[in-house]
Design a protein around this ligand. Structure first.
Ligand code: GLU
Ligand code: MG
Length: 436
């Protein structure tokens, strides 16, 4: 809905840096420009989060088209009276065909492939942690800490009113000034669109209230990180839940187990996409309640895949609630790319009929190396470059994504890693804090 206070609507792509970039068009012309498209520059995909330009096969040449999707439009009134009016879109070539580096299209393709090959769809829900900058001495999970931010929570809910994004919980998380906001499950594309939009609106509300906040994966090396946990459940065409099998290992259906096994088989490479900054791997270390190994655990907050608890007693309700979460993601990654890569890896596991993984129990970081090795347990990559090496060598993800997308993505992230490597640690953390 056009807002008289916002003469422009911003049409954005959520890019390889996980940032929304695009162009604004007159609000009155938005619908028309969704059909007609907006000119966009291929090399923009190589603009890193530091606004440097990574090696680009496109150079100064060529044109692509940004096509807004009216269904994603958000009109959010901020507490300072400003209105954010924006929509997400796809990028096509001039003929209207999908462009190889459009993450939103990659997600649409991944979800369609899953549906065609298995008859199933995923419903996903993004759980986001972020931190207010500046001193916050309130206690974790406390009413006092929540109340201190109750004005913010009210303003965020007001900004999201009418956008279709309806947070289902908001809490004072454990870290200093850390909060968490969760949104209910939705089909993949909508879930990723909402995650990208929610981050923008949340940051903007904080700015408008003079309470700056960050989704950076780690604000400093000595505190817990800001994670993104991506919850999954699988559903058949009739709308029936198929993640749970009460008789299956760890309560998982064969299909869900194979999907998880596919994620775990590719997890090193996946972290190059889902935890993709130069500081992301520091969050993925033991005892931060994030994810540190290629493991699955039942209700284990240190496992990369955590089978979540079910609170319902009734068997049907249990089946509908049953879900697992991928914990090795953060909010500097494009949610579209994150979800596309996870679905493609999961689908590869289903195609190969991988067995349901055995859950680990207890603190596996205490196990000696030979005990880990004998169970096939490995640390997640300990740097962005190591994760990119794994992605470079990963045939599953290479085959899943179109054209040169993976190589272009790797060049982008290598440039980010080398730019960050030239900074002092303090400068690096503060740059990521400011950007995300
Ligand atoms: N902050 C933790 C992370 O980085 C997650 C804590 C929790 O919600 O279990 O993922
Ligand atoms: Mg949390």
């Amino acid at each position: 809905m056009a807002d008289p206070q916002s003469p422009f609507t911003f049409v954005a792509t959520c890019d390889f840096a996980g940032l929304l970039r695009g162009k604004a068009v007159p609000a009155a012309a938005f619908e028309r420009r969704c059909t007609g498209g907006i000119g966009w520059t291929p090399t923009n995909i190589q603009i890193t989060c530091f606004d440097t330009i990574a090696d680009s096969p496109f150079g100064a040449m060529g044109d692509v088209v940004l096509r807004g999707d009216p269904a994603t439009r958000i009109t959010a009134r901020l507490p300072d009276g400003q209105v954010m009016d924006f929509a997400l879109g796809d990028i096509t070539d001039l003929s209207g065909a999908t462009w190889e580096c459009c993450a939103r299209s990659m997600l649409r393709t991944a979800a369609a492939r899953l549906l065609t090959e298995t008859g199933l769809e995923v419903r996903t829900s993004f759980e986001h942690e972020f931190m207010f900058l500046g001193p916050d001495l309130s206690a974790a999970f406390s009413l006092a800490g929540f109340t201190q931010r109750a004005g913010f929570a009210r303003a965020l809910m007001a900004a999201l009113e009418g956008t279709g994004i309806e947070p289902d919980s908001f809490l004072r998380e454990y870290g200093p000034g850390q909060m968490e906001v969760t949104i209910p499950p939705a089909p993949a594309l909508r879930a990723a669109d909402q995650a990208a939009s929610l981050r923008e609106v949340t940051r903007a509300v904080g700015r408008a209230m003079g309470q700056p906040l960050t989704f950076s994966p780690l604000v400093s090396p000595d505190v817990v990180g800001n994670g993104v946990h991506v919850h999954f459940s699988l559903w058949d065409a009739g709308g029936n839940p198929v993640t749970h099998d009460p008789k299956g290992r760890h309560g998982l259906s064969a299909m869900a187990g194979a999907f998880i096994a596919g994620i775990l088989a590719n997890v090193g490479a996946l972290t190059a996409i889902t935890a993709s900054t130069a500081i992301s791997a520091l969050r993925l270390t033991p005892h931060r309640w994030s994810a540190a190994y290629n493991n699955m655990g039942v209700q284990d907050r240190e496992a990369t895949i955590r089978i979540c608890p079910v609170m319902a007693a009734d068997p049907d309700a249990r089946a509908r609630q049953f879900n697992f979460e991928y914990r090795a993601a953060d909010a500097a990654a494009s949610p579209h790319l994150t979800l596309a890569a996870l679905i493609e890896a999961g689908l590869a596991g289903v195609r190969a009929s991988l067995p349901v993984p055995e859950a680990t129990v207890g603190d596996i970081s205490l196990l000696p190396p030979d005990a880990l090795a004998s169970r096939g347990l490995q640390r997640l990559p300990e740097s962005l470059d190591a994760a990119l090496d794994a992605l470079e060598a990963n045939t599953t993800l290479r085959a899943a994504f179109p054209g040169r997308a993976i190589d272009i993505y790797i060049a982008h992230k290598r440039a980010e890693a080398s730019h960050a490597a030239a900074m002092t640690p303090d400068a690096r953390f503060s740059a990521y804090r400011a950007i995300y």
